[in-house]
Design a protein around this ligand. Structure first.
Ligand code: 13P
Ligand code: SF4
Length: 304
C-alpha cells in the first residue's frame, strides 16, 4: 500500500472509531501531515482534556499519552508504539522523588510533564517548557525542587532568581548533546540568522540564544520575527511545519544529532494498526491518576 492509500485508510478508520489523531511537533513529517491536531506538550494535553471524541491516538511518547489518560480517563487513549519512551522521564522514579523530598522537606516539587504518572502523583505541580517560568512565579514557596530536567531547572533558576531551585540531574539526551561549537559554527556560516533554542538545551547553549521557547513558541517566533534565517535548537521534526508556514524563510539545523529516536518510531502503518486493534492502550491506575491529575490541574490553572 502506498503512503496516500495508507493515509486514506487511517482517515476513514479514524472517522469510524470517532478518533482524534494527535501528533507532537517532533513526529515524522507524514504523521504530522495526517494528524487532526499537532502541538507542544501543553497544547496536546489541553486538547486531550477537552475533546469530545471517544478515542485519542497519541503520536508521541509514553508520558504524553499517559497525560492524556490522566486528563481524560473516560477516553480510549492509544499510543501507536508502546516502545516510544522518553529517556529523560525515566531518569527519576517515584521512589527517588520521595527520597529527594525527604532531603528537602521545605521544597515544593515542580515536575516537568516529561515524567511518569507515578512521579507526577508525588509532585505539587507540573510545568511544560512553555509555562515553566509562570508556574515557578505563581508559587509562594521560596524553595523549588525541579525534576527531572536539570536544564529546564537552571533556566527557571535564572529567570526566577527570587526562588532557590534545586535541580534533579535528569536531561534530554537529544537536546543535551547540542554543543557550543556547533552553534558557533552555524552562527559563523549564517551571520544574519537568529538562534532559537528549546529550554532542554544546556545553559551554555541558552546563553547563545536570541529566543528561548517551547516547540510551539518557535512557530510563533519564526512567523513574527522579520529575520530570514533561523538556527533551530531543537529536535528536527519541528522543521516540517516551520517550512510549511514560512516558505520564504530558511531554517538551519546546527547539528545532525538533533533527532529523538523515540519520537521517530511511529509510522503510518503503526497508526493504522492501532486504529484496527485499539491497542496499545495506555491507562493509569485510579489512585495514581487522581494524584497526578491534581499536579496537572494546578499547572493548567496558572495563567499562560
Ligand atoms: P514541548 O513540546 O513542550 O516544547 O516539549 C519538547 C519535548 O521534548 C517533548 O518531549
Ligand atoms: Fe524525551 Fe528528549 Fe525525546 Fe523529548 S526529545 S521525548 S525530552 S528524549
Amino acid at each position: 500500500m502506498d503512503q496516500e492509500q495508507l493515509k486514506q485508510q487511517i482517515k476513514q478508520l479514524a472517522a469510524e472509531r470517532n478518533a482524534l489523531l494527535m501528533a507532537h511537533n517532533y513526529q515524522r513529517d507524514e504523521v504530522q501531515e495526517i494528524a487532526d491536531v499537532t502541538g507542544d506538550s501543553l497544547a496536546l494535553s489541553m486538547e486531550a482534556a477537552k475533546t469530545d471524541k471517544d478515542v485519542i491516538v497519541f503520536c508521541g511518547v509514553h508520558f504524553m499519552a499517559e497525560s492524556a489518560a490522566i486528563l481524560a480517563p473516560e477516553k480510549t487513549v492509544l499510543l501507536p508504539r508502546e516502545d516510544a519512551g522518553c529517556p529523560m522521564a525515566d531518569m527519576i522514579t517515584d521512589e527517588q522523588l520521595r527520597q529527594f523530598k525527604a532531603e528537602h522537606p521545605d521544597g515544593v516539587v515542580v515536575t516537568y510533564v516529561n515524567s511518569t504518572a507515578a512521579v507526577k502523583a508525588e509532585s505539587d505541580i507540573c510545568c511544560t517548557s512553555s509555562n515553566a517560568i509562570n508556574v515557578a512565579r505563581s508559587l509562594e514557596a521560596k524553595k523549588l525542587l525541579m525534576v527531572p530536567d536539570r536544564n529546564l531547572g537552571r533556566f527557571i533558576a535564572k529567570h526566577v532568581p527570587e526562588k532557590e531551585c534545586i535541580c534533579w540531574e535528569g536531561y534530554c539526551p537529544t537536546h543535551d548533546r547540542l554543543s557550543v561549537e556547533e552553534i558557533r559554527q552555524a552562527k559563523a556560516e549564517h551571520p544574519d540568522a537568529v538562534f532559537m533554542a528549546h529550554p532542554e538545551c544546556t545553559p551554555e547553549i541558552l546563553d547563545m540564544a536570541d529566543h528561548i521557547c517551547s516547540t510551539s513558541g518557535m512557530y510563533e517566533y519564526a512567523k513574527t520575527n522579520p529575520a530570514k534565517t533561523f538556527i533551530v535548537g531543537t529536535e528536527n521534526g519541528i522543521l516540517w511545519r516551520l517550512k510549511v508556514e514560512n516558505p520564504e524563510k530558511e531554517f538551519i539545523m546546527p547539528s545532525r544529532r538533533l533527532v529523538c529516536p523515540n519520537m521517530k518510531l511511529t509510522s503510518l502503518e503503526d497508526i493504522l494498526k492501532c486504529l484496527q486493534t485499539l491497542e496499545p492502550r495506555i491507562t493509569v491506575d485510579e489512585t495514581t491518576r487522581e494524584k497526578a491529575k491534581q499536579s496537572l490541574d494546578r499547572m493548567l490553572a496558572v495563567p499562560r
